[in-house]
Design a protein around this ligand. Structure first.
Ligand SMILES: CC(C)(COP(=O)(O)OP(=O)(O)OC[C@H]1O[C@@H](n2cnc3c(N)ncnc32)[C@H](O)[C@@H]1OP(=O)(O)O)[C@@H](O)C(=O)NCCC(=O)NCCS
Length: 186
């Protein structure tokens, strides 16, 4: 990571102090311009892509913390196969298009950085930290799902992910990008 003063912390979601939680929420909505504007849709959107991972002690919550103690970005992820867990039944592509891939690459993540902290290698450091956590937990692989043609695809490819599947959706395609892990190396 080029920012020598930024460190990565893993904190169980239920133990997050309110000031860090507030900054994670701010980054989540800053990076989600299509988030619904009205409650309770807004809260359901947050729960789907962020809240559920903060509520579960077994999930990974990794924070990039600046020298001033601010949250530059976060990564949340689950370590076990989402296609086999009832709590992810509301995200249909895990079971419809990507069930077999989820078995081979069970860990999955969501990552967002505040705008001033992008393009400095902090995202790659968060992904590497998650790879270590997932491998240590015994996951043989990890994946992310994003949109075809999104700028972040290049980032994931540089982090060692490759496209193994896709699913058509309204107005585009979701792509399944995966990377193998070596649990025995951790
Ligand atoms: C994607 C992201 C986590 C990468 O972290 P980072 O520390 O900026 O990444 P690095 O410095 O290691 O690499 C830079 C790459 O990040 C990606 N990136 C940078 N800014 C971005 C932005 N506004 N939107 C999408 N991807 C971006 C690009 O792939 C970039 O490479 P490029 O310059 O060749 O296009 C971070 O840029 C970000 O939070 N972007 C906005 C939200 C997002 O796309 N989250 C992922 C949702 S699946």
């Amino acid at each position: 990571m080029s920012e020598k003063t930024t460190k990565i912390l893993r904190i169980p979601g239920p133990e997050l102090p309110p000031h860090l939680l507030a900054q994670i929420d701010a980054i989540f909505f800053e990076t989600a311009p299509l988030a619904p504007q009205t409650q309770p849709e807004r809260e359901a959107f947050r729960q789907r892509w962020l809240g559920r991972y903060l509520a579960d002690r077994g999930d990974a919550v990794l924070l990039a913390i600046t020298a001033e103690g601010r949250v530059a970005g976060y990564l949340v992820g689950a370590l076990e196969n989402p296609a086999a867990q009832e709590r992810f039944a509301d995200i249909s592509y895990f079971r419809t298009h990507f069930a077999e891939l989820c078995r081979r690459f069970p860990a999955h993540l969501h990552i967002n950085l505040s705008e001033p902290w992008r393009n400095r290698g902090i995202g790659a450091a968060l992904v590497e930290a998650f790879a270590e956590v997932a491998a240590r937990a015994g996951a043989p692989g990890m994946h992310i799902v994003t949109g075809r043609g999104m700028r972040n695809v290049r980032f994931y490819e540089r982090c060692g992910f490759r496209e193994l599947g896709s699913a058509q959706r309204n107005g585009g395609a979701s792509v399944f990008l995966a990377r193998e892990l070596d649990p025995s190396a951790s």
